[in-house]
Ligand binder design. Sequence first.
Ligand code: N2P
Length: 398
Amino acid sequence: MRFLSNKHSAPTIKLMLALLFGITGLTIASCGQKTEDSAKSADTTPNAAAPATGEEEKILNIYNWSDYLAEDTIPNFEKETGIKVRYDIFDSNEILHAKMIAKNTGYDIVVPSSNWGKMQIDGGLIQKLDKSKLPNWKNLDPTVLAQLAQLDPGNEHLVDWLWSYTTVGINVDKVKTALGDMPMPENTWDLVFDPKYTSKLKSCGISMLDAPSEVFPIALRYVHKPEFSLVEADYKAAFDMLMKVRPDIKRFNSGGQIEDLASGNICVALGWAGDFNLARKRSIENKSEQNIEALVTKMGGYMFMDTMAIPTDAKHPNNAHKFINYVLDAKVHAGLTNAVTYANPNKAATEFVNPEIRNNKTIFLSDEDVKNLIPPGNVDNATRRIETRLYTQFKTGT
Ligand code: N2P
C-alpha cells in the first residue's frame, strides 16, 4: 500500500485559540464517566512531576480517542504493574496536534493517526522507542509495520493501536424508508454528497465528522481532484459540492456519532467504520437493535492508523514502554478489537478475536478493499489553513 509523506504542518490560528481557551475535547477519569473537558482543561491536564533521578513514580498519563478501550484494559494494566493510569480522551487529530505543538502536554502516551504522528516526529515532539523494552513487538504484523514504516522509517516512533477508515455509515431500515422508491446509489458516497439523496435523508438525520482533515481528502476524490491537493481551487470545488448538501446536514460531531446512531437520532453519517460497527453493537446491547452498517464504498474511504507515541517531554517514558508492551500482548490487543470493533495490527491476536468480528469484512477489510482506500497523507501548512477556513464556513453554512 502507498503512503504519502508530505511536509509537516503547524497549528492554525483557530486551533491555537481553541487551545488557549481550553476547548480540548473530552476527558474521563480512568475508565469512568465521560465529562466535558472544556474550560476546565487547564486544571485537569495531568502534570505530575517525576522524581529527578531513580525509579519513575508509578503514574502514567494517556491521551487517546474516545470509545477506544475495553473495560478491563486499564484496570488489568494497573493491577499487573501497580502503575496508576490517568486517561483523557479527544475526538480529533486537530485537537491533539494543537496540544502537542504547545508542548508540556503532561502526557506519556498520545495516540495520533499516523500521518499526524509523522508531522509530530518531524517537529521533534515524539521520542524514539526503546525496542529492548518491547518484547511483544514480535507479535506485530509485518505488513502493518511495513505500511507504517512509509511514514515512520524503521518503525522508530509509532506503534499502531487500532486501525479503520472513514466512510459512510447507515441505518439500513431508516435509509430505505427515507429514500422510498429511490434505489440506493451506485456510488454510496452520494448518500452524503448528492442533494438528490441528502434532501430525502434529511428527514432521518445526517451527521458529518467535525474534522476538516478527515472530510476533505474524500470530498476532493469525489469531485475528481487529488486527495492531498495543494491547489486552493481544488478545495473550492470540494467546498462548493459540500455547500449544496449543507442545508440537509443535521449535525457535525465525531465521538457522538456512536450514540446518535445507536439511539436512532441520525440515519446516515460520514464517520469512522469502527464506530459504526460499535454503534450496531451498542444498539443490540441497549435493545434498540438498529440495523447499522459501515459501507465499503466502491470509490473508497480514507484509511487511518491510530498510533501510540511517547511525547519527547514525557515524564514517565519507562511506564509508557510498559503500557505499549502490555497492549501488544495478543490477548490485550484482541480484547480491544472485541470491545470496540476496530482492526488491530497484532498477528498473534487474531486467534483471540471473536469470529464474528474477525470475519466481518467491514472491520478486517480484504486486500482489494484496502487498496481502494485513500492512504494516510498530509498537506502543507497553508493548505491546512485553507481546509480549516473552508470547513468552518461549511459548518456555519455561510
Ligand atoms: C474511536 C475513534 C478513533 C478513530 N472511537 C479516529 N481516528
